[in-house]
Design a protein. Structure first.
Lengths: 303, 306
Protein backbone atom coordinates (compact mmCIF):
# COMPACT_ATOMS: atom_id res chain seq x y z
CA UNK A 1 0.00 0.00 0.00
CA UNK A 2 2.64 2.52 -1.00
CA UNK A 3 1.34 6.04 -1.37
CA UNK A 4 1.35 7.39 -4.87
CA UNK A 5 1.73 11.03 -3.90
CA UNK A 6 4.07 11.77 -1.04
CA UNK A 7 2.79 13.83 1.88
CA UNK A 8 5.38 15.61 4.03
CA UNK A 9 5.99 13.98 7.39
CA UNK A 10 4.24 10.76 6.42
CA UNK A 11 5.95 7.40 6.07
CA UNK A 12 5.90 5.92 2.55
CA UNK A 13 4.60 2.69 4.00
CA UNK A 14 1.60 3.71 6.07
CA UNK A 15 -1.89 2.68 7.15
CA UNK A 16 -5.11 4.07 5.84
CA UNK A 17 -7.45 3.17 8.66
CA UNK A 18 -9.47 6.21 9.67
CA UNK A 19 -10.77 5.40 13.17
CA UNK A 20 -7.56 4.27 14.79
CA UNK A 21 -5.48 7.46 14.35
CA UNK A 22 -8.37 9.45 15.78
CA UNK A 23 -8.32 7.23 18.87
CA UNK A 24 -4.55 7.58 19.14
CA UNK A 25 -4.69 11.36 18.92
CA UNK A 26 -7.67 11.71 21.24
CA UNK A 27 -5.83 11.88 24.59
CA UNK A 28 -3.40 14.55 23.39
CA UNK A 29 -6.11 16.62 21.69
CA UNK A 30 -8.50 16.41 24.67
CA UNK A 31 -5.82 17.63 27.05
CA UNK A 32 -4.93 20.41 24.63
CA UNK A 33 -8.59 21.38 24.27
CA UNK A 34 -9.30 21.57 27.99
CA UNK A 35 -6.08 23.04 29.29
CA UNK A 36 -4.74 24.88 26.30
CA UNK A 37 -7.20 26.03 23.65
CA UNK A 38 -10.19 26.84 25.84
CA UNK A 39 -8.15 28.74 28.45
CA UNK A 40 -6.30 30.67 25.74
CA UNK A 41 -9.51 31.70 24.01
CA UNK A 42 -11.00 32.56 27.37
CA UNK A 43 -8.03 34.79 28.18
CA UNK A 44 -8.61 36.49 24.86
CA UNK A 45 -12.27 37.14 25.79
CA UNK A 46 -11.54 38.26 29.32
CA UNK A 47 -9.06 40.78 28.03
CA UNK A 48 -11.98 42.68 26.51
CA UNK A 49 -14.27 42.42 29.55
CA UNK A 50 -14.47 44.39 32.74
CA UNK A 51 -15.95 42.77 35.85
CA UNK A 52 -16.72 44.59 39.07
CA UNK A 53 -14.82 43.25 42.10
CA UNK A 54 -17.72 41.02 43.18
CA UNK A 55 -18.12 39.50 39.74
CA UNK A 56 -21.80 40.42 39.57
CA UNK A 57 -21.73 42.42 36.37
CA UNK A 58 -19.49 42.09 33.36
CA UNK A 59 -19.16 44.64 30.57
CA UNK A 60 -17.59 44.44 27.20
CA UNK A 61 -15.08 47.25 27.15
CA UNK A 62 -13.17 46.83 23.86
CA UNK A 63 -9.55 47.81 24.34
CA UNK A 64 -10.03 49.60 27.66
CA UNK A 65 -8.04 46.97 29.56
CA UNK A 66 -5.15 47.42 27.16
CA UNK A 67 -5.17 51.21 27.19
CA UNK A 68 -5.41 51.17 30.98
CA UNK A 69 -2.45 48.83 30.99
CA UNK A 70 -0.27 51.01 28.81
CA UNK A 71 -1.23 54.04 30.84
CA UNK A 72 -0.42 52.39 34.14
CA UNK A 73 2.87 53.31 35.70
CA UNK A 74 3.32 49.89 37.29
CA UNK A 75 2.92 48.05 33.98
CA UNK A 76 5.43 50.20 32.19
CA UNK A 77 7.76 49.73 35.12
CA UNK A 78 7.25 45.98 34.85
CA UNK A 79 8.10 46.05 31.13
CA UNK A 80 11.38 47.85 31.81
CA UNK A 81 12.20 45.58 34.73
CA UNK A 82 11.63 42.54 32.51
CA UNK A 83 13.81 43.95 29.74
CA UNK A 84 16.68 44.72 32.07
CA UNK A 85 16.34 41.46 33.90
CA UNK A 86 16.31 39.27 30.77
CA UNK A 87 19.11 41.22 29.07
CA UNK A 88 21.39 41.06 32.10
CA UNK A 89 20.59 37.41 32.68
CA UNK A 90 21.19 36.66 29.01
CA UNK A 91 24.60 38.34 28.91
CA UNK A 92 25.83 36.80 32.16
CA UNK A 93 24.62 33.33 31.18
CA UNK A 94 26.07 33.32 27.66
CA UNK A 95 29.41 34.83 28.60
CA UNK A 96 30.03 32.49 31.54
CA UNK A 97 28.81 29.48 29.55
CA UNK A 98 31.09 30.39 26.62
CA UNK A 99 34.15 30.72 28.84
CA UNK A 100 33.40 27.42 30.57
CA UNK A 101 32.68 25.65 27.28
CA UNK A 102 35.95 26.94 25.77
CA UNK A 103 37.88 25.66 28.80
CA UNK A 104 36.07 22.32 28.76
CA UNK A 105 36.92 21.86 25.10
CA UNK A 106 40.62 22.29 25.83
CA UNK A 107 41.07 20.03 28.83
CA UNK A 108 41.33 16.26 28.63
CA UNK A 109 41.78 15.29 32.26
CA UNK A 110 38.75 15.40 34.57
CA UNK A 111 36.62 16.62 31.67
CA UNK A 112 33.58 14.53 32.50
CA UNK A 113 33.87 15.34 36.21
CA UNK A 114 33.87 19.07 35.42
CA UNK A 115 30.88 18.62 33.13
CA UNK A 116 28.98 16.60 35.69
CA UNK A 117 29.27 19.26 38.37
CA UNK A 118 28.60 22.21 36.08
CA UNK A 119 25.40 20.50 34.86
CA UNK A 120 24.02 20.07 38.39
CA UNK A 121 21.97 23.28 38.63
CA UNK A 122 19.74 21.99 35.84
CA UNK A 123 18.39 19.40 38.26
CA UNK A 124 17.65 21.97 40.95
CA UNK A 125 14.21 23.57 41.05
CA UNK A 126 14.25 27.32 40.32
CA UNK A 127 12.54 28.04 43.62
CA UNK A 128 15.22 26.13 45.54
CA UNK A 129 17.96 27.94 43.63
CA UNK A 130 16.18 31.14 44.62
CA UNK A 131 15.98 30.14 48.28
CA UNK A 132 19.70 29.37 48.40
CA UNK A 133 20.70 32.68 46.83
CA UNK A 134 18.25 34.58 49.02
CA UNK A 135 19.97 33.00 52.00
CA UNK A 136 23.51 33.76 50.81
CA UNK A 137 22.63 37.42 50.33
CA UNK A 138 20.24 37.79 53.24
CA UNK A 139 21.31 41.01 54.98
CA UNK A 140 20.79 39.53 58.47
CA UNK A 141 22.28 36.03 58.21
CA UNK A 142 23.77 35.53 54.72
CA UNK A 143 27.50 34.77 54.54
CA UNK A 144 28.03 36.68 51.28
CA UNK A 145 26.00 39.65 52.51
CA UNK A 146 28.33 39.65 55.52
CA UNK A 147 31.35 39.66 53.23
CA UNK A 148 29.96 42.53 51.13
CA UNK A 149 29.17 44.56 54.22
CA UNK A 150 32.63 43.94 55.65
CA UNK A 151 33.99 45.65 52.52
CA UNK A 152 32.02 48.70 53.58
CA UNK A 153 29.39 48.45 50.86
CA UNK A 154 25.76 48.94 51.86
CA UNK A 155 23.70 45.88 50.96
CA UNK A 156 19.99 45.30 51.50
CA UNK A 157 17.96 43.65 48.72
CA UNK A 158 14.82 44.03 50.85
CA UNK A 159 15.01 47.81 50.57
CA UNK A 160 17.28 48.67 47.67
CA UNK A 161 15.82 47.92 44.24
CA UNK A 162 19.11 47.56 42.36
CA UNK A 163 20.47 45.18 45.01
CA UNK A 164 17.35 43.07 44.59
CA UNK A 165 17.72 43.10 40.79
CA UNK A 166 21.36 42.05 41.02
CA UNK A 167 20.38 39.20 43.31
CA UNK A 168 17.64 37.78 41.05
CA UNK A 169 19.89 38.11 37.99
CA UNK A 170 22.60 36.13 39.78
CA UNK A 171 20.18 33.45 40.95
CA UNK A 172 18.51 33.15 37.54
CA UNK A 173 21.86 32.97 35.72
CA UNK A 174 23.28 30.43 38.13
CA UNK A 175 20.36 28.16 37.39
CA UNK A 176 20.57 28.58 33.60
CA UNK A 177 24.30 28.64 32.75
CA UNK A 178 24.36 24.83 32.58
CA UNK A 179 21.75 24.82 29.81
CA UNK A 180 23.74 27.11 27.50
CA UNK A 181 26.91 25.29 28.49
CA UNK A 182 25.65 21.88 27.30
CA UNK A 183 24.74 23.24 23.88
CA UNK A 184 27.99 25.17 23.50
CA UNK A 185 30.12 22.17 24.47
CA UNK A 186 28.22 20.06 21.95
CA UNK A 187 28.62 22.82 19.35
CA UNK A 188 32.38 23.09 19.88
CA UNK A 189 32.72 19.34 19.61
CA UNK A 190 30.94 19.40 16.26
CA UNK A 191 33.41 21.84 14.69
CA UNK A 192 35.59 19.86 12.26
CA UNK A 193 39.10 19.36 13.61
CA UNK A 194 40.57 20.01 10.17
CA UNK A 195 39.43 23.66 10.29
CA UNK A 196 41.21 24.22 13.60
CA UNK A 197 44.33 22.43 12.40
CA UNK A 198 44.48 24.46 9.20
CA UNK A 199 44.19 27.68 11.22
CA UNK A 200 46.90 26.47 13.61
CA UNK A 201 49.21 25.77 10.68
CA UNK A 202 48.58 29.34 9.52
CA UNK A 203 49.76 30.48 12.93
CA UNK A 204 46.53 31.30 14.73
CA UNK A 205 46.73 30.72 18.50
CA UNK A 206 44.02 28.98 20.50
CA UNK A 207 42.25 32.16 21.59
CA UNK A 208 42.29 33.61 18.09
CA UNK A 209 40.97 30.35 16.65
CA UNK A 210 38.18 30.44 19.19
CA UNK A 211 37.26 34.02 18.37
CA UNK A 212 37.58 33.82 14.58
CA UNK A 213 36.58 30.26 13.75
CA UNK A 214 34.66 28.68 16.61
CA UNK A 215 32.52 31.70 17.51
CA UNK A 216 31.21 32.38 13.98
CA UNK A 217 30.50 28.67 13.51
CA UNK A 218 28.66 28.68 16.82
CA UNK A 219 26.53 31.56 15.55
CA UNK A 220 23.33 29.57 15.01
CA UNK A 221 23.73 27.90 18.41
CA UNK A 222 24.25 31.27 20.05
CA UNK A 223 21.18 32.62 18.32
CA UNK A 224 19.13 29.67 19.51
CA UNK A 225 20.47 30.01 23.06
CA UNK A 226 19.71 33.74 23.14
CA UNK A 227 16.12 32.98 22.18
CA UNK A 228 15.90 30.24 24.78
CA UNK A 229 17.38 32.55 27.41
CA UNK A 230 14.68 35.07 26.63
CA UNK A 231 12.03 32.38 26.96
CA UNK A 232 13.59 31.36 30.26
CA UNK A 233 13.88 34.91 31.55
CA UNK A 234 10.35 35.84 30.57
CA UNK A 235 8.42 32.75 31.55
CA UNK A 236 10.40 30.40 33.73
CA UNK A 237 11.87 32.67 36.36
CA UNK A 238 8.57 33.12 38.16
CA UNK A 239 9.67 30.79 40.97
CA UNK A 240 12.96 32.60 41.49
CA UNK A 241 11.24 35.96 41.80
CA UNK A 242 8.62 34.52 44.14
CA UNK A 243 11.26 32.97 46.40
CA UNK A 244 13.77 35.81 46.45
CA UNK A 245 11.95 39.16 46.26
CA UNK A 246 8.25 38.64 45.52
CA UNK A 247 8.57 41.37 42.91
CA UNK A 248 9.76 43.91 45.45
CA UNK A 249 11.02 46.19 46.79
CA UNK A 250 8.48 48.62 45.33
CA UNK A 251 8.16 46.66 42.08
CA UNK A 252 11.91 46.71 41.35
CA UNK A 253 11.90 43.04 40.32
CA UNK A 254 8.26 42.72 39.30
CA UNK A 255 8.69 40.96 35.95
CA UNK A 256 5.70 40.61 33.62
CA UNK A 257 4.86 36.99 34.42
CA UNK A 258 4.93 37.77 38.12
CA UNK A 259 2.64 40.72 37.57
CA UNK A 260 0.10 38.57 35.71
CA UNK A 261 0.00 36.31 38.73
CA UNK A 262 -0.21 39.16 41.21
CA UNK A 263 -2.98 41.00 39.38
CA UNK A 264 -4.91 37.81 38.69
CA UNK A 265 -4.64 35.99 41.99
CA UNK A 266 -3.82 38.58 44.62
CA UNK A 267 -5.43 41.81 43.35
CA UNK A 268 -8.17 39.83 41.52
CA UNK A 269 -8.15 42.22 38.58
CA UNK A 270 -9.05 39.56 36.00
CA UNK A 271 -9.52 41.84 33.01
CA UNK A 272 -6.13 43.45 33.38
CA UNK A 273 -4.47 40.13 34.12
CA UNK A 274 -6.02 38.62 30.99
CA UNK A 275 -4.93 41.58 28.87
CA UNK A 276 -1.40 41.07 30.17
CA UNK A 277 -1.65 37.37 29.35
CA UNK A 278 -2.66 38.19 25.79
CA UNK A 279 0.33 40.50 25.35
CA UNK A 280 2.64 37.86 26.78
CA UNK A 281 1.14 35.27 24.43
CA UNK A 282 1.89 37.53 21.49
CA UNK A 283 5.45 37.83 22.69
CA UNK A 284 5.79 34.08 23.19
CA UNK A 285 4.57 33.63 19.64
CA UNK A 286 7.26 35.98 18.41
CA UNK A 287 9.95 34.03 20.25
CA UNK A 288 8.69 30.78 18.75
CA UNK A 289 8.89 32.23 15.26
CA UNK A 290 12.49 33.20 16.06
CA UNK A 291 13.15 29.60 17.04
CA UNK A 292 11.87 28.47 13.63
CA UNK A 293 14.37 30.81 12.11
CA UNK A 294 17.03 28.90 14.01
CA UNK A 295 15.85 25.59 12.64
CA UNK A 296 16.06 27.01 9.12
CA UNK A 297 19.51 28.38 9.67
CA UNK A 298 20.69 25.14 11.16
CA UNK A 299 19.73 23.38 7.96
CA UNK A 300 21.79 25.80 5.87
CA UNK A 301 24.62 25.57 8.31
CA UNK A 302 25.20 21.83 7.97
CA UNK A 303 27.92 21.92 5.32
CA UNK B 1 43.55 19.52 20.54
CA UNK B 2 45.86 21.01 18.00
CA UNK B 3 48.93 22.03 19.96
CA UNK B 4 50.37 21.54 23.42
CA UNK B 5 50.33 24.59 25.57
CA UNK B 6 50.60 23.71 29.23
CA UNK B 7 49.96 27.27 30.40
CA UNK B 8 46.66 27.56 28.58
CA UNK B 9 45.64 24.12 29.80
CA UNK B 10 46.40 25.18 33.36
CA UNK B 11 44.34 28.35 32.88
CA UNK B 12 41.47 26.24 31.53
CA UNK B 13 41.61 24.01 34.58
CA UNK B 14 41.53 27.10 36.77
CA UNK B 15 38.50 28.45 34.89
CA UNK B 16 36.68 25.15 35.30
CA UNK B 17 37.56 24.98 38.98
CA UNK B 18 36.14 28.48 39.26
CA UNK B 19 32.97 27.25 37.57
CA UNK B 20 32.73 24.37 40.01
CA UNK B 21 33.16 26.71 42.96
CA UNK B 22 30.43 28.92 41.55
CA UNK B 23 28.08 25.96 41.23
CA UNK B 24 28.92 24.46 44.59
CA UNK B 25 29.09 27.55 46.79
CA UNK B 26 25.32 27.94 47.31
CA UNK B 27 25.02 24.20 47.84
CA UNK B 28 27.86 24.18 50.37
CA UNK B 29 26.43 27.05 52.39
CA UNK B 30 22.99 25.48 52.23
CA UNK B 31 24.50 22.33 53.67
CA UNK B 32 26.29 24.22 56.47
CA UNK B 33 23.17 26.17 57.35
CA UNK B 34 21.12 22.99 57.24
CA UNK B 35 23.39 21.35 59.80
CA UNK B 36 23.40 24.12 62.42
CA UNK B 37 21.01 25.02 65.21
CA UNK B 38 18.84 28.09 64.85
CA UNK B 39 21.11 30.09 67.19
CA UNK B 40 24.24 29.09 65.30
CA UNK B 41 22.80 29.95 61.90
CA UNK B 42 22.15 33.50 63.06
CA UNK B 43 25.71 34.12 64.16
CA UNK B 44 27.49 36.78 62.18
CA UNK B 45 29.64 35.62 60.52
CA UNK B 46 28.21 32.18 60.07
CA UNK B 47 30.47 29.18 60.80
CA UNK B 48 32.33 27.86 57.75
CA UNK B 49 32.16 24.24 58.78
CA UNK B 50 29.05 22.09 59.09
CA UNK B 51 27.59 21.34 62.51
CA UNK B 52 25.98 18.13 63.61
CA UNK B 53 22.27 18.93 63.54
CA UNK B 54 21.35 18.05 59.97
CA UNK B 55 19.11 15.10 60.80
CA UNK B 56 17.51 17.07 63.62
CA UNK B 57 16.56 19.85 61.18
CA UNK B 58 15.21 17.34 58.70
CA UNK B 59 13.08 15.92 61.51
CA UNK B 60 11.76 19.41 62.29
CA UNK B 61 10.88 19.94 58.62
CA UNK B 62 9.27 16.51 58.59
CA UNK B 63 6.82 17.47 61.35
CA UNK B 64 6.43 21.15 60.45
CA UNK B 65 5.10 20.73 56.90
CA UNK B 66 4.66 16.94 56.76
CA UNK B 67 7.64 16.68 54.42
CA UNK B 68 7.43 12.92 54.00
CA UNK B 69 3.97 13.23 52.47
CA UNK B 70 5.20 16.07 50.24
CA UNK B 71 8.05 13.93 48.90
CA UNK B 72 5.56 11.18 48.10
CA UNK B 73 3.35 13.73 46.32
CA UNK B 74 6.32 15.01 44.31
CA UNK B 75 7.17 11.49 43.27
CA UNK B 76 3.60 10.74 42.17
CA UNK B 77 3.33 14.00 40.24
CA UNK B 78 6.75 13.70 38.58
CA UNK B 79 6.23 10.06 37.58
CA UNK B 80 2.66 10.79 36.48
CA UNK B 81 3.74 13.67 34.26
CA UNK B 82 6.59 11.62 32.80
CA UNK B 83 4.48 8.58 31.97
CA UNK B 84 1.56 10.69 30.76
CA UNK B 85 3.65 12.84 28.45
CA UNK B 86 5.60 9.94 27.00
CA UNK B 87 2.44 7.89 26.45
CA UNK B 88 0.29 10.53 24.74
CA UNK B 89 3.23 11.81 22.69
CA UNK B 90 4.16 8.35 21.45
CA UNK B 91 0.57 7.65 20.42
CA UNK B 92 0.06 10.94 18.64
CA UNK B 93 3.45 10.78 16.91
CA UNK B 94 2.55 7.27 15.72
CA UNK B 95 -0.77 8.56 14.41
CA UNK B 96 0.66 11.48 12.47
CA UNK B 97 3.59 9.63 10.90
CA UNK B 98 2.12 6.20 10.17
CA UNK B 99 -1.46 6.94 9.16
CA UNK B 100 -2.98 8.70 6.23
CA UNK B 101 -6.27 10.30 7.22
CA UNK B 102 -8.12 13.42 6.36
CA UNK B 103 -7.25 15.70 9.28
CA UNK B 104 -3.64 14.60 9.63
CA UNK B 105 -2.16 18.01 8.84
CA UNK B 106 -4.74 19.76 11.02
CA UNK B 107 -3.93 17.50 13.99
CA UNK B 108 -0.27 18.17 13.40
CA UNK B 109 -0.79 21.94 13.55
CA UNK B 110 -3.12 21.79 16.55
CA UNK B 111 -0.41 20.05 18.53
CA UNK B 112 2.24 22.29 17.11
CA UNK B 113 0.58 25.57 18.17
CA UNK B 114 0.64 24.46 21.79
CA UNK B 115 4.42 24.68 21.58
CA UNK B 116 4.10 28.42 21.27
CA UNK B 117 2.40 29.25 24.53
CA UNK B 118 4.02 28.42 27.83
CA UNK B 119 1.62 27.62 30.66
CA UNK B 120 2.76 30.66 32.60
CA UNK B 121 1.12 33.15 30.24
CA UNK B 122 -2.41 31.90 30.72
CA UNK B 123 -2.38 31.32 34.44
CA UNK B 124 -5.84 32.55 35.37
CA UNK B 125 -8.04 30.86 32.74
CA UNK B 126 -6.17 27.58 33.08
CA UNK B 127 -6.68 27.77 36.81
CA UNK B 128 -10.39 28.19 36.20
CA UNK B 129 -10.35 25.22 33.84
CA UNK B 130 -8.80 23.02 36.49
CA UNK B 131 -10.88 24.39 39.35
CA UNK B 132 -13.90 23.26 37.38
CA UNK B 133 -13.17 21.12 34.35
CA UNK B 134 -16.87 21.10 33.48
CA UNK B 135 -16.72 24.87 32.97
CA UNK B 136 -16.27 24.73 29.19
CA UNK B 137 -19.55 22.82 28.92
CA UNK B 138 -21.16 25.36 31.23
CA UNK B 139 -19.96 28.19 28.97
CA UNK B 140 -21.49 26.38 26.05
CA UNK B 141 -24.81 26.05 27.90
CA UNK B 142 -24.75 29.73 28.81
CA UNK B 143 -23.83 30.70 25.29
CA UNK B 144 -26.69 28.74 23.74
CA UNK B 145 -29.00 30.04 26.45
CA UNK B 146 -30.40 26.59 27.12
CA UNK B 147 -31.82 27.73 30.44
CA UNK B 148 -33.89 30.43 28.76
CA UNK B 149 -34.96 27.99 26.09
CA UNK B 150 -36.18 25.50 28.69
CA UNK B 151 -38.04 28.24 30.57
CA UNK B 152 -39.73 29.28 27.35
CA UNK B 153 -40.74 25.72 26.49
CA UNK B 154 -41.88 24.41 29.86
CA UNK B 155 -42.47 27.54 31.89
CA UNK B 156 -40.25 26.19 34.69
CA UNK B 157 -37.05 27.89 35.67
CA UNK B 158 -33.99 25.71 36.11
CA UNK B 159 -30.40 26.36 37.05
CA UNK B 160 -27.76 24.31 35.32
CA UNK B 161 -24.56 24.33 37.31
CA UNK B 162 -21.97 21.76 36.43
CA UNK B 163 -19.00 21.15 38.61
CA UNK B 164 -15.95 18.94 38.38
CA UNK B 165 -13.36 20.25 40.75
CA UNK B 166 -9.79 19.08 40.30
CA UNK B 167 -8.18 21.34 42.91
CA UNK B 168 -6.07 19.45 45.42
CA UNK B 169 -6.07 16.27 43.37
CA UNK B 170 -3.24 14.45 41.66
CA UNK B 171 -5.00 14.61 38.31
CA UNK B 172 -5.30 18.39 38.70
CA UNK B 173 -1.55 18.57 39.23
CA UNK B 174 -0.70 16.20 36.41
CA UNK B 175 -3.20 16.55 33.54
CA UNK B 176 -2.69 20.22 32.55
CA UNK B 177 1.04 19.56 32.18
CA UNK B 178 1.09 16.40 30.09
CA UNK B 179 0.22 17.80 26.67
CA UNK B 180 3.54 18.12 24.94
CA UNK B 181 4.33 19.33 21.49
CA UNK B 182 8.08 18.97 21.94
CA UNK B 183 7.88 15.32 23.03
CA UNK B 184 5.51 14.58 20.15
CA UNK B 185 8.00 16.11 17.74
CA UNK B 186 10.91 14.25 19.21
CA UNK B 187 9.16 10.95 18.56
CA UNK B 188 7.92 12.09 15.16
CA UNK B 189 11.46 12.91 14.06
CA UNK B 190 12.62 9.54 15.30
CA UNK B 191 9.81 7.62 13.59
CA UNK B 192 10.66 9.30 10.30
CA UNK B 193 14.14 7.75 10.49
CA UNK B 194 12.84 4.23 11.11
CA UNK B 195 13.43 2.13 7.93
CA UNK B 196 10.32 1.74 5.78
CA UNK B 197 11.07 -1.96 5.29
CA UNK B 198 10.18 -2.72 8.89
CA UNK B 199 6.53 -1.89 8.40
CA UNK B 200 6.42 -3.62 5.02
CA UNK B 201 7.93 -6.77 6.54
CA UNK B 202 5.57 -6.64 9.51
CA UNK B 203 2.65 -6.26 7.12
CA UNK B 204 3.71 -9.31 5.13
CA UNK B 205 3.75 -11.27 8.37
CA UNK B 206 0.20 -10.08 9.00
CA UNK B 207 0.83 -7.67 11.87
CA UNK B 208 -1.88 -5.10 12.63
CA UNK B 209 -1.07 -1.43 13.19
CA UNK B 210 -1.08 -1.70 16.98
CA UNK B 211 0.90 -4.91 16.90
CA UNK B 212 3.56 -3.14 14.79
CA UNK B 213 3.56 -0.33 17.32
CA UNK B 214 3.99 -2.61 20.33
CA UNK B 215 6.45 -5.15 19.00
CA UNK B 216 8.59 -3.07 16.65
CA UNK B 217 8.26 0.67 17.09
CA UNK B 218 8.18 0.78 20.88
CA UNK B 219 11.30 -1.35 21.43
CA UNK B 220 13.13 0.73 18.82
CA UNK B 221 12.21 3.93 20.67
CA UNK B 222 13.56 2.68 23.98
CA UNK B 223 16.63 4.88 24.18
CA UNK B 224 14.66 7.96 23.13
CA UNK B 225 12.06 7.21 25.78
CA UNK B 226 14.68 6.87 28.52
CA UNK B 227 16.48 10.09 27.57
CA UNK B 228 13.23 12.03 27.41
CA UNK B 229 11.90 10.54 30.64
CA UNK B 230 14.82 11.94 32.59
CA UNK B 231 14.16 15.45 31.35
CA UNK B 232 10.45 15.07 32.05
CA UNK B 233 11.05 13.71 35.53
CA UNK B 234 13.12 16.79 36.38
CA UNK B 235 10.45 18.99 34.82
CA UNK B 236 7.71 17.34 36.86
CA UNK B 237 9.60 17.29 40.14
CA UNK B 238 10.62 20.94 39.85
CA UNK B 239 7.18 22.33 38.93
CA UNK B 240 6.35 25.35 40.99
CA UNK B 241 3.58 27.58 39.68
CA UNK B 242 0.97 24.84 39.15
CA UNK B 243 1.29 23.16 42.54
CA UNK B 244 1.42 26.57 44.18
CA UNK B 245 -1.94 27.56 42.71
CA UNK B 246 -3.72 24.24 42.72
CA UNK B 247 -2.94 22.94 46.16
CA UNK B 248 -4.69 24.98 48.79
CA UNK B 249 -4.65 21.85 50.94
CA UNK B 250 -1.21 21.61 52.54
CA UNK B 251 -1.09 17.82 52.36
CA UNK B 252 -1.39 17.91 48.57
CA UNK B 253 1.56 20.23 48.02
CA UNK B 254 4.86 19.02 46.55
CA UNK B 255 8.29 19.02 48.18
CA UNK B 256 9.38 22.12 46.29
CA UNK B 257 6.34 24.02 47.57
CA UNK B 258 7.07 22.72 51.08
CA UNK B 259 10.53 24.32 50.94
CA UNK B 260 8.91 27.59 49.94
CA UNK B 261 6.63 27.48 52.98
CA UNK B 262 9.66 26.97 55.21
CA UNK B 263 11.52 30.13 54.09
CA UNK B 264 11.59 32.54 56.99
CA UNK B 265 9.74 35.79 56.32
CA UNK B 266 10.28 38.91 58.36
CA UNK B 267 7.41 38.07 60.74
CA UNK B 268 8.39 34.44 61.44
CA UNK B 269 11.24 32.94 63.43
CA UNK B 270 14.40 32.85 61.29
CA UNK B 271 14.60 29.05 60.95
CA UNK B 272 16.98 29.11 57.94
CA UNK B 273 18.54 25.89 59.18
CA UNK B 274 15.28 23.97 58.74
CA UNK B 275 14.55 25.60 55.37
CA UNK B 276 18.03 24.73 54.05
CA UNK B 277 17.96 21.12 55.20
CA UNK B 278 14.56 20.71 53.53
CA UNK B 279 15.87 22.39 50.36
CA UNK B 280 18.72 19.89 50.17
CA UNK B 281 16.36 16.99 50.71
CA UNK B 282 13.94 18.23 48.04
CA UNK B 283 16.70 18.60 45.44
CA UNK B 284 18.28 15.22 46.19
CA UNK B 285 16.17 12.96 43.90
CA UNK B 286 16.59 15.04 40.71
CA UNK B 287 20.29 15.69 41.43
CA UNK B 288 20.88 11.95 41.87
CA UNK B 289 19.08 11.27 38.60
CA UNK B 290 21.34 13.73 36.75
CA UNK B 291 24.52 12.43 38.38
CA UNK B 292 23.78 8.76 37.79
CA UNK B 293 22.38 9.14 34.28
CA UNK B 294 24.49 12.04 33.02
CA UNK B 295 24.92 10.76 29.48
CA UNK B 296 21.21 10.06 29.00
CA UNK B 297 20.35 13.37 30.53
CA UNK B 298 22.54 15.38 28.14
CA UNK B 299 21.13 13.47 25.20
CA UNK B 300 17.56 14.04 26.31
CA UNK B 301 18.15 17.73 26.83
CA UNK B 302 19.73 18.29 23.43
CA UNK B 303 17.16 16.13 21.63
CA UNK B 304 14.09 17.63 23.24
CA UNK B 305 15.11 21.19 22.39
CA UNK B 306 15.53 20.56 18.69
Amino acid sequence: MVATTHEPGLKHAHFRTAGLPAMLLLPQLLILLFFFFIPSIRALFQAFLLADPFGATVHFVWFDNFTALFASESYRNSVWVTIWFTLAQNVVTIVVALVLAFATDRVVRFQSAYKGVILLPYAIAPVIAGVMWAFLFNPAVGPIAFFIKSLGIAWDPNRNGSDAMLLVVLAASWKHICYDYIFLVAGLLAIPGSLMEAAAVDGAGPVRRFAQIALPLLGPTLFFLTTMNFVYGFFETFAIIDAVTRGGPAGATNILVYKVYQDGFINLDLGSSAAQSVLLMAFALLLTLLQFKYIERKVNYSI
Amino acid sequence: MVERSPILTAICHLILIGGIILVCMPLYFAFIAGSLTMEEVQQVPMPWLPGGHFLENIATAWTKVDFGQLLVNSLIVAVGITIGKVAISLLSAFAITYFRFRFRILAFWLIFTSLMLPVEVRIVPTYEAVANAALPIQWLIDLLNIQGLWEWISGNRIEIALEWNMLNTYQGLILPLIASASATFLFRQFFLTVPEELLEAARLDGASAMRFFWTILLPLSRSNIIALSIILFLYGWNQYLWPLLFTTDKDMATAVIGVKHLIPRSDTEPAWNVAMSAALLAMLPPVLVVLVMQRWFVRGLVDSSK
